[in-house]
Design a protein around this ligand. Structure first.
Ligand code: CUA
Length: 343
């Protein structure tokens, strides 16, 4: 009976491990599944470093293990115990353990320098898309200067295939403290810091959503500062651009909610293009309902989440800079309904 139980437990363990593995390898943030040029270069370099350090580990650990077993004392079952030959000073050995590591370090240095240089000094094609990324506590602002679009938390870019090569160049700055932009399948981390503009680029080869995370502790809700990169087909990207360029839709059925929004402090921090709301401190809400998530990718964009967040911002996003507006239930429902129409 016990044996059967143990086999069942063991197979469950293996099953659990296999599921964990498939979760890691199918994860949208898998560093072993690069999907853009910079990520491919970093992956290749990592494999080289891993190969060299792995070989060093095997040689050193193998020699150590051999010495441990071969020369163990008779008290622990060693039969061949004898003092190994003692060598005092050997130019050959000293040269080899000096020259080989120096050569390895030079190889690693040159390979790294090549990847850094080829990523940072890549030829920027004139058709490249420009996006300004501004880090805030705790959300991402995306501005497309040539297209006149401002959005938040979900950045749409065109896919960059061999036929339509259209890489995206990000110009990054921070409105407050240090953040770091990291989408593992697309590129390495780049710091997003005040008073300095950093740049990065990527060219996702397949359409899809690439996830990332703010990778520099920036405050209480740092862990909820997620990144969502939507790589769209050229047609889907054009359609998205055309919709985002429009001013906010006017839906007479939610006029009451719009009035509540415009007669409260909401307008001091948020922009809804085409209305009196022109604040820059919080996310642009002109097309809020066109996004899949709210709160920087941390919850789905549903009416109930929106309602709960406006009612008590601190609950879903600790440390958030948005204050409680103390709206009564009626006004809260009206504002939620209004925001839900901003497609
Ligand atoms: Cu922004 Cu951590």
């Amino acid at each position: 009976m016990n044996v059967i139980l143990e086999i069942m437990l063991a197979s469950q363990g293996w099953y659990g491990l296999a599921t964990a593995q498939s979760k890691i390898f199918n994860s949208p943030t898998n560093i072993f599944e690069p999907a853009a040029t910079p990520a491919h270069s970093i992956f290749g370099l990592s494999m080289l470093v891993f190969g060299i350090t792995g070989a060093i580990f095997i040689v050193v650990a193998g020699l150590l293990l051999y010495a441990l077993i071969r020369y163990r004392s008779p008290a622990t079952g060693g039969e061949n115990f004898q003092e190994p030959p003692q060598i005092y000073g050997s130019n050959q050995i000293e040269l080899s353990w000096t020259v080989i590591p120096i050569l390895l370090v030079v190889i690693l240095f040159l390979a790294t320098a090549r990847v850094v240089y080829s990523t940072e000094h890549a030829q920027r094609p004139s058709e490249a898309l420009n996006v300004s990324v501004i880090g805030h506590q705790f959300w991402w602002e995306y501005r497309y200067p040539k297209l006149g679009i401002v959005t938040a938390n979900e950045v749409h870019i065109p896919v960059s295939g061999p036929r339509d090569h259209m890489p995206t160049y990000l110009t990054m700055s921070s409105a407050d403290t240090d953040h770091s932009f990291w989408v593992p399948r697309l590129s390495g981390k780049t710091d997003v810091i005040p008073n300095k503009v950093n740049e990065m680029w990527f060219d996702p080869e397949a359409a899809g959503i690439y996830l990332g995370q703010c990778a520099e502790y920036c405050g209480t809700s740092h862990a909820k500062m997620l990144i969502r990169v939507y790589a769209d087909s050229p047609q889907a990207f054009s359609a998205w651009v055309a919709n985002q360029q429009k001013p906010a839709v006017e839906d007479p059925s939610v006029k009451e909610g719009r009035d509540v929004f415009e007669h409260n402090a909401c307008i001091n921090c948020h922009t809804i293009r085409g209305t009196v709301a022109t604040g820059r401190f919080g996310p642009d809400l002109t097309h809020l309902a066109s996004r899949d998530t709210i709160l920087s990718g941390s919850v789905p964009n549903t009416a109930i989440n929106l309602h709960n967040f406006i009612q008590n911002p601190e609950y879903l996003k600790p440390g958030v800079l948005m204050p409680e507006m103390h709206l009564n239930d009626h006004d809260l429902d009206a504002v939620t309904a209004y925001l839900g129409t901003l497609k």
